[in-house]
Write a protein that binds this ligand. Structure first.
Ligand code: UGA
Length: 425
């Protein structure tokens, strides 16, 4: 059997590790390079530092095809397609910080046989700018559309794969496209700038959908409609679709907030005022605080009230707390004078420093014990399995529940004597 194309991965964070492990699973030899020696050592021992279902198993199963290194030379010797997976966090200005991408480009010596395959989310125009400076290297844009918590499945079953190229890199792009052919999803071949825009526009559109349904939820509360019913009825229209219409306490994570603001900024830098995205961001900021008013409605001033926050991660099945609603709520509640207790099944180690004076609990029941009110912030399945009518009801001082994700059985809770507040219903 012909040897499969070797893959180089630069930056072994969440995107890099998922990419490396999934290509290894498809039979490719993979060399993944990171600048942190401790990370490289622990990954070489098969230890996966992030919570991503299925990923540790893939890393261990494909250990003989996966090599981790700190040495760029080893990477360049072993592979020609170099997937750039370093992070591009937001700067104070809202622009994406490209310093890590630039550092990678600077490290690559003159070469006609290597191509950068850009997976990091970068502003539109980045590929063109890099190509102008480094005409020797190939450049392919291959944005990632993985969701945290289901990344392995998303990689293996893509809705689409986007491959952008031009300026003499079409041969490299053919090779990149061929890597994904066994997965069977549509492959969108396009120019680099359009590929870069597809990524930002997709995230911005999904974020817009969420802020839209959150505003419908807020209006539904005023007018007596139930946003879940509204979303169900809307979602059956194929032009709308039923995904990303779950109202709640807003979107968080390392992608949507950053990418929406990067696209807004990018537009602004080119002289275009992207009004809609301003509103998407503002609605989301306000939505994150909505639980506070709901608690006050039933508990009055929150001074000295014991409030439990269930869930810290920005969504279930991840330990990521970046831009998580829990952090905003913990800070707001504490400035209202409340005592805050938090619990999350996996994300507490990351969060402790960011939660101010909040008490970190080792179980949901501990957080709820003696609480005046609770906010369900992250819809972890285990919160649905609590004995709400029995043990929780007995332990809480005042049974006020704000279900920030419309996740719990409100009829059962109300029957059990809880004061239940959802979002938009
Ligand atoms: C998102 C995109 O979905 C991926 O396609 C993309 O690759 C990724 O960003 C990225 O750019 O790297 P992710 O941030 O992992 O993925 O999470 P999502 O599942 O999209 O959820 C984002 C946020 O929206 C979460 O806080 C979630 O609770 C919230 N959300 C999602 C809602 O409030 N309502 C919904 O209906 C859906």
């Amino acid at each position: 059997m012909a040897e499969k194309e070797p893959i180089g991965v630069i930056g072994v964070g969440w995107v890099g590790l998922c990419t490396a492990a999934c290509f290894a699973e498809l039979g490719h030899p993979v060399i993944a390079r990171d600048i942190l020696p401790e990370k490289v050592e622990s990954l070489s021992r098969g230890e996966v530092p992030i919570h991503e279902p299925g990923l540790p198993e893939l890393v261990r199963k494909n250990a003989d095809r996966l090599r981790f290194t700190t040495d760029m030379g080893e990477l360049l010797e072993g592979a020609e397609l170099l997937f750039c997976c370093v992070d591009t966090p937001p700067l104070y200005s809202g622009d994406a910080d490209l310093s890590r991408v630039e550092a990678v480009v600077a490290e690559l010596g003159d070469s006609n046989s290597h191509a950068i395959v850009m997976k990091s989310t970068v502003p539109v125009g980045t590929g063109r700018a890099i190509h102008r400076r480094r005409e020797d290297l190939g450049y392919v844009s291959n944005p990632e559309f993985l969701k945290e918590g289901s990344a392995v499945d998303d990689f293996m079953n893509p809705d689409r794969v986007v491959v952008g190229s031009g300026d003499g890199s079409d041969g490299f792009a053919d090779r990149v496209a061929a890597l994904y052919e066994p997965l069977g999803g549509p492959i969108v071949r396009t120019d680099v700038a359009s590929a870069e825009m597809i990524k930002l526009a997709s995230n911005a559109f999904l974020a817009t959908k969420i802020s839209f349904i959150n505003e419908i939820a807020n209006v539904s509360e005023e007018l007596g409609a139930d946003v879940r019913e509204v979303a169900r009825g809307m979602g059956l229209d194929e032009r709308i679709g039923d995904k990303f219409l779950q109202a709640g306490l807003g979107f968080g994570g390392s992608c949507f907030p950053k990418d929406v603001s990067a696209l807004k900024q990018l537009a602004g830098n080119s002289g275009y005022h992207f009004q809609l995205l301003n509103s998407v961001i503002e609605v989301n900021d306000l939505q994150k605080r909505r639980a506070i008013g709901k608690l006050q409605k039933h508990l009055g001033p929150l001074v000295n009230k014991e409030i439990a926050l269930l869930g810290v991660a920005f969504k279930p099945n991840t330990d990521d707390i970046r831009e998580a609603t829990s952090l905003v709520l913990a800070a707001r509640l504490q400035s209202e004078g409340a005592h805050v207790r938090v619990y999350d099944p996996v994300a507490l180690d990351n969060a402790e420093d960011l939660l101010g004076g909040a008490q970190v609990c080792s179980s949901a029941l501990e957080a709820l014990d003696g609480a005046d009110g609770a906010v369900l912030v992250t819809e972890w399945p285990e919160f649905g399995e609590l004995d709400w009518a029995g043990e929780v009801r007995e332990r809480m001082r005042a049974p006020v529940i704000v279900d920030g994700r419309n996740f719990l059985d409100r009829t059962a809770l109300r029957e059990a004597g809880f004061t239940y507040e959802g979002i938009g219903r």
